[in-house]
Design a protein around this ligand. Structure first.
Ligand SMILES: [Zn+2]
Length: 474
């Protein structure tokens, strides 16, 4: 790991595929599951004479992201050509933004082990994606369906200082993109891809050292692992008196290694110039006002609200707030009169366990139906064990809590002769343990509780049981 004398400087460039129906400069459909080379036209193939027309929706989605991140959304921005030769780029250039991007400034706050840190954003611009090279046994094939798919590129300031921070930041951005309906966030399918750049310098220095860039990382974990590996590699070079060479690297996740891809280009290598076939993008004030009005509650604001309204701790607030469905479910439970701590305990335990990673919206018991069940538990008409059994009954039979209670005959045995009899019988079955309890081994109380609970099939009212046991034992 890093020595104390050096620090690392990390920046991220994130490509998010915008959720539009058609491509950014033509009417071709965007779909990841279509047959190769079926979703193309002269525009996205870059045939001579074909003219691009900008997709309004792509601008709107990117402006929405910019507003959510506190960026300045420029009323006028310009598309530019970025030239490079690549087999899956038929135009020979990418249409992107250079000197005048759509959004600038802003930032996103992450929580780290040392507290909260706001990581600044340098810029967000829109651009078109390239095609895909598919490498197989009989050589390489090219699928151009992805040519012209709209992307937003989000570039951070080089303000991240640790691989774990980079991972946390990307996670927070992912959450925001999905919550705002800007990107589906599927990293495995490449809807969200992350390039990281990193350099090391002696602490106290202010200039940046030569940096390397690792391309196309496709999971949060790989972002962190690749950075850790690359920092160790650079540190090794510097320690042995060498110099880090600016280059572009690939991450081999299986081997856990970074591999050289090519020497790093400077921006002059791309021969940028303003795109002559597209007018400047003009964002009108009316659009911005509408986007602000339509902005949903953002994850960070939701966490803070849940903490203050329901007195949740940080971890619980994150668990509930970071899942929009869970937020609605939790708040509906509370509105139906369930205590927040009880609602949280059930969600975190039995409910999430039964969901096994599925969305809460697929859960077979509605929050109002669950609230009825939890009311029975809260008023001690049933024990927690019985409530869990009724929950499973509701999931399979589809009835309400009251029906389950009757069907399973789980009304709690609160008092009276029956519970008293169970207590006496249990104590009679364990005379030695009773003796040990009476001679000071007080922890056996839990053992007797458990025995009677089992004997009552989990129906004994715990408060009443504790009272009766105390009477008979002491
Ligand atoms: Zn097309």
């Amino acid at each position: 790991m890093m020595s104390d004398t050096r620090e690392c400087i990390i920046g991220l460039e994130v490509h998010a595929q915008l959720m539009t129906r058609s491509k950014i400069f033509c009417g071709c459909e965007v779909a990841s599951d279509a047959e190769p080379n079926t979703l193309t036209c002269p525009v996205c193939l870059g045939l001579p004479g074909a003219l691009p027309v900008l997709n309004r929706r792509a601008v709107e989605l990117t402006a929405r992201l910019g507003l959510a991140l506190g960026c300045r959304v420029n009323t006028r921005s310009v598309m530019a050509r970025k030239h490079y030769a690549y087999p899956d780029l038929p135009k020979g250039y990418q249409i992107t933004q250079y000197a005048q991007p759509l959004c600038e400034g802003g930032g996103l706050t992450i929580t780290t082990s040392t507290g909260e840190r706001r990581i600044g954003i340098a810029r967000i611009h829109i651009e078109d994606d390239a095609g895909k090279s598919v490498h197989g046994e009989n050589g390489s094939l090219i699928d151009l369906n992805r040519c012209g798919v709209p992307l937003a590129e989000i570039v951070t300031e080089p303000a991240l200082r640790h691989p774990a921070e980079a991972r946390a930041w990307l996670r927070e951005l992912h959450l925001l993109l999905v919550r705002l309906g800007i990107c589906d966030g599927n990293m495995e399918l490449g809807s969200l891809r992350c390039d990281v750049n990193v350099s090391l310098r002696l602490r106290g220095e202010s200039t940046l050292g030569p940096k390397t860039e690792i391309k196309n990382l496709n999971s949060f974990r790989n972002v962190e692992r690749a950075l850790e590996r690359e920092i160790a590699r650079q540190e090794g070079i510097l320690k042995s008196g060498g110099c880090v060479v600016s280059e572009t690297l690939l991450w081999d996740a299986a081997a856990g290694e970074v591999l050289p891809l090519r020497s790093k280009e400077g921006s002059h290598d791309y021969r940028y110039f303003p795109e002559p076939d597209l007018p400047p993008i003009v964002v009108e004030e009316m659009l911005l006002q509408r986007l602000v009005k339509e902005m949903p509650e953002l994850p960070a604001a939701c966490r803070n609200r849940l903490r203050s309204e329901y007195d949740l701790d940080k971890q619980a607030a994150r668990l509930i707030a970071d899942d929009a469905g869970l937020t609605v479910y939790f708040e509906t439970l509370c509105a139906a009169g369930v205590e927040p701590t009880r609602a949280l305990r059930w969600l975190r335990g039995e409910i999430l366990h039964r969901l096994g990673g599925c969305e809460i919206t697929t859960f077979g018991v509605s929050p109002t139906a669950l609230a009825e069940l939890l009311e029975l538990e809260a008023t001690e008409r049933i024990t927690t064990t019985s409530a869990v059994r009724i929950l499973d009954w509701m999931l399979t039979e589809g009835g309400c809590a009251g029906d389950g209670l009757r069907a399973l005959d789980l009304e709690s045995i609160a008092a009276g002769a029956h519970l008293d009899e169970l207590v006496q019988r249990t104590l009679a079955d364990h005379p030695h343990k009773v003796e040990r309890y009476r001679s000071g081994e007080r922890r056996l109380f839990g053992f007797f509780m458990g025995c009677v609970m089992t004997a009552s099939s989990g129906r004994a009212n715990p408060t009443e049981l504790r009272r009766l046991l105390a009477i008979h034992l002491d």
